[in-house]
Write a protein that binds this ligand. Structure first.
Ligand SMILES: [Zn+2]
Length: 92
């Protein structure tokens, strides 16, 4: 079980949160001009490296806000969290 640190509510049990996916994916800047390949890559293509990932999580059983988490997907170590639009702490 994970202990996730909501930037507003503090550390809480994983069961209070929804996972929102990769936190590094960027939507095509001009959606009407984006190619099918650009949409395909945005929707389906993800990197899956060992180690530290940036993820989106929502505190659905608390403040309901979305935020970013840096987590090691091998050890499940939580390495920091931050509101969207703010910098995460650097990788350890
Ligand atoms: Zn919260």
């Amino acid at each position: 079980m994970l202990l996730i640190d909501c930037p507003w509510c503090g550390p809480r049990d994983q069961r209070e949160f929804n996972y929102g996916g990769d936190g590094t994916v960027v939507r095509p800047p001009d959606p009407s001009a984006a190619t099918d390949e650009a949409w395909h890559d945005y929707i389906y293509i993800r990197d899956n490296p060992r180690g530290s990932h940036v993820e989106l999580w929502q505190h659905n059983a608390g403040c309901r806000r979305w935020f970013k988490v840096r987590r090691d997907v091998v050890t499940h170590e939580m390495q920091g969290s931050a509101p969207i639009g703010r910098e995460l702490p650097p990788k350890p």
